[in-house]
Design a protein around this ligand. Structure first.
Ligand code: SAM
Length: 231
C-alpha cells in the first residue's frame, strides 16, 4: 500500500456558513472509533452508490473523503487487482482506520492521501486521470466548490461521479427531516445546500439520475464528467 503524507494548507478564507475544517477534524477525531458501527444501517445506500459507479476491472477510482475506508472492500471487488483506488481524507484519526483496513486485507493497489481534498496532490498519487469518483456522505466536501473542481480536474472525460448522503426531504415530510437534522448535525459542519447537496456538480457534469431513499432523506446522484482540462 502506498501512503502519502501531505502538508496541510488552510484554504485562505472559509466561506461564512460553509464547512469548518477545525470543527470537522474535531468531529471525526471523536467519532473515529465508533464510526463503522454508526454507519452500519446505511450499508445498503453505500452498496447502491457504488453500483451506480458501474466500475470495471482495471479502473481507477477516487474515494473522496474516504473516512475509515468502509467503501474500500466494494470498490476493490469492482476494480480488481489491476485497478487502483485513491482514498483522500483529511482526518488523521479516520485515515488511520483506513490504513489498518488496507494493511489487514493486503491490498497493494490502494493509495491513501491524508490531506484536505481541495489541496490534495492527486497528480502524484495517480499516473493518469481517474475513471470515477465517489463522494459518499461527504456533504462538507460537496459544499466546497474548490474541492469539487479539484476532484473533477483529475477525472477523465466521461468519468462517472456518484454523490450520496443526507438531504432534506420535502417540507411536508417533516418526520423524515426530524431524522435528517440530528444525523446531519452529527456528521457535517454546515447545513448549507442540504436541499440539493450535489448542486456544485451541476454544469460541470451531466445528470444520470438521482434516486432517493428513506422517504427522501437520503439521495444518490449519478453524474458523468464532461471533462475538465488540466490537473
Ligand atoms: C461522514 S464521513 C464519510 C466517510 C466515508 N466516505 C464513508 O462512506 O464512510 C465524512 C468524511 O469526510 C471527511 N472530510 C470532511 N471534509 C473533508 C475535506 N475537506 N477533505 C478531506 N476529507 C474531508 C471527514 O473527515 C470524514 O471522514
Amino acid at each position: 500500500m502506498a501512503q502519502v503524507e501531505q502538508p496541510v494548507k488552510q484554504p485562505a478564507k472559509p466561506r461564512a456558513r460553509g464547512p469548518d475544517r477545525s470543527a470537522a477534524l474535531e468531529q471525526y477525531r471523536r467519532r473515529a472509533d465508533v464510526y463503522d458501527v454508526e454507519l452500519a444501517l446505511l450499508e445498503p445506500v453505500r452498496k447502491r452508490a457504488i453500483e451506480r459507479l458501474a466500475l470495471k476491472p482495471g479502473d481507477t477510482v477516487l474515494d473522496v473523503g474516504c473516512g475509515t475506508g468502509m467503501s474500500l472492500p466494494l470498490l476493490q471487488r469492482a476494480v480488481g487487482p489491476t485497478g487502483r483506488i485513491i482514498g483522500i481524507e483529511q482526518s488523521p484519526d479516520m485515515i488511520e482506520k483506513a490504513r489498518h483496513r488496507v494493511a489487514e486485507a493486503g491490498w497493494r493497489n490502494v493509495t491513501l492521501v491524508n490531506a484536505p481534498v481541495e489541496v490534495a496532490d492527486l497528480a502524484s498519487a495517480m499516473p493518469q486521470l481517474a475513471d470515477a469518483a465517489l463522494f459518499h456522505f461527504t456533504h462538507d466536501i460537496l459544499r466546497q466548490p474548490q474541492a469539487v473542481a479539484h476532484v473533477l480536474a483529475h477525472l477523465a472525460p466521461g468519468a462517472k461521479v456518484v454523490a450520496s448522503g443526507l438531504k432534506w426531504a420535502s417540507p411536508w415530510l417533516w418526520p423524515i427531516n426530524l431524522f435528517v437534522l440530528p444525523a446531519a448535525l452529527h456528521s457535517v459542519t454546515s447545513l448549507d445546500g442540504l436541499d440539493k447537496p450535489w448542486s456544485h456538480l451541476i454544469g460541470v457534469t451531466e445528470d444520470r439520475g438521482t434516486e432517493t431513499m428513506l422517504g427522501g432523506g437520503v439521495y444518490i446522484a449519478s453524474r458523468v464528467c464532461k471533462g475538465v482540462k488540466g490537473r
